[in-house]
Design a binder for this molecule. Structure first.
Ligand code: EPS
Length: 418
């Protein structure tokens, strides 16, 4: 339904993204996209590159008079750093010239070595330029369109940092699984206030000190983020096939973020350690039977006590908050490099150090929001369909009305009209 492709190297001219399947009539502004691009660039622990870039899109196609027109939406994010790399990254530069800054000492944990072998490249720069997390800027731009679409249906997509460098700040210390309904809405209004995107800002100095120490040591740090999505209707995704299960689609999308090594939904791994009685969320009525379903009708009249399921049962949304967590390994570029082998000589060496970030965990949350939004917008289009936003809305409204009607008619003999 909704698909996208990106192109671009980290130090090339820029990044391009083409998003196909956005219904016509969706109001879009460059400002809305740029806002997310700006959020992705933030976070304590980013390197000097983020002082060079000022990520902003140029519309290339698919938007007219502030609205989508149903054709593919294409956006360009120019790389300001291109000015410093033009010769090295020139598509048709003289071979000797453009091979300056070659990378022959692959970094453990990076795509350098495997990519160089697989693609038969002598210079691992041909690999790292595309493997660079710079590409995620293009995904965030695509995700911003999905976010705008979801917002039309009252869906809030936010994220926050759960742990960084081994310091865990979430869930709060009392050990109870948090009530996601009571978190600030929009969630990002709270997390974006913090230089490390936490919800408990009292812990920020401790995290910042850990990042600064890692930088001084020439080391890098990983961490975990949580994406929280509220306002989704019950029934996105499906139980009927492995590739239609929404949890699988979301987990796959989040696992595609560079350096992400783990994804959890709701209670995640902890659910595997508990008996069923302490895992599954009891079902309760959201309203008196026979009465119109209490708002929001998007849940069909039912609620869960607790949300260990993280908003998904049987590969479908329950209507409760969607809670996804992803864990990122530390960045592979260490200023105190690890052992490697030189690709030119086969001899032992120290891995190449390139300018990089100490940590990108706060940015990872923004990227995870974008990918979650893209999967969810796709699932909305799959369930409700529509070439225009109006058609999508009519189909959505009819579904929600039918959920309300189903609740209202509960207990009535078939065919009766109470
Ligand atoms: C990255 C290395 C750094 C990061 C970059 C990802 O770039 P550079 O080598 O130019 O200093 O800043 O991230 C971005 C450019 C970005 O926009 O997120 C890497 O090797 O993955």
């Amino acid at each position: 339904m909704l698909r996208f492709l990106t192109a671009g190297e980290s130090h090339g001219r820029g990044l391009v993204v083409v998003v196909e399947g956005v219904p016509a009539g969706l109001a879009l502004t460059a400002m809305a996209v740029n806002q997310d691009l700006g959020r992705r660039m933030q976070g304590h622990g980013r390197g000097a590159r983020m002082k060079i870039e000022q990520d902003q899109i140029e519309w290339l196609a698919g938007v007219r008079a502030g609205e989508t027109i149903g054709s593919p939406v294409a956006m360009l994010i120019p790389n300001r750093d291109w000015a410093n790399w033009e010769e090295i990254m020139a598509p048709e530069g003289r071979p000797g010239e453009s091979r300056r800054r070659a990378l022959s000492r692959p970094r453990p944990g990076h795509a350098d070595l495997v990519g160089a072998l697989k693609y038969d490249r002598q210079d691992a720069r041909d690999i790292l330029e595309r493997a660079s997390a710079r590409e995620t800027a293009a995904r965030v731009a695509a995700g911003a369109l999905a976010r705008c679409l979801l917002r039309e249906f009252g869906v809030d997509v936010g994220s926050h940092v759960v742990s960084l460098g081994g310091i865990t700040v979430w869930p709060p210390a009392d050990g109870a699984f948090p009530d996601y309904d009571t978190l600030p809405r929009p969630l990002n209004a709270a997390s974006d206030q913090s230089p490390v995107r936490t919800l408990d800002h009292r812990r920020d100095p401790e995290i910042i000190a850990r990042i600064d120490q890692a930088k001084a040591d020439g080391d890098t740090l990983g961490g975990e983020c949580e994406v929280v999505v509220r306002g989704l209707p019950v029934g996105l995704g499906s139980h009927v096939h492995w590739d239609r299960k929404l949890d699988a689609r979301l987990a796959g999308a989040l696992m595609s973020i560079p350096a992400v090594k783990a994804v959890e939904i709701g209670l995640g791994f902890e659910a595997a350690r508990r008996p069923g009685s302490l895992v599954h969320d009891p079902i309760v009525a959201d309203a008196m039977p026979g009465s119109p379903a209490a708002p929001p009708a998007v849940r069909g009249g039912y609620r869960r006590q607790g949300n260990n399921a993280g908003g998904l049962e049987g590969g479908m949304t329950t209507g409760e908050a969607l809670v996804l967590r992803c864990g990122m390994k530390p960045i592979a570029t260490l200023m105190s490099p690890l052992a490697t082998v030189d690709l030119r000589t086969g001899t032992a060496a120290r891995a190449q150090s390139e300018r990089s970030d100490v940590t990108a965990v706060p940015a990872m949350g923004v990227i995870a929001e974008a990918l979650a939004a893209l999967v969810l917008a796709d699932a909305m289009l799959e369930k409700f369909g529509g070439d225009s936003l109006g058609e999508l809305r009519r189909n959505y409204d009819a579904y929600v009305a039918a959920l309300g009607e189903r609740w209202r008619l509960m207990g009535q003999p078939p065919g009766s009209t109470p």
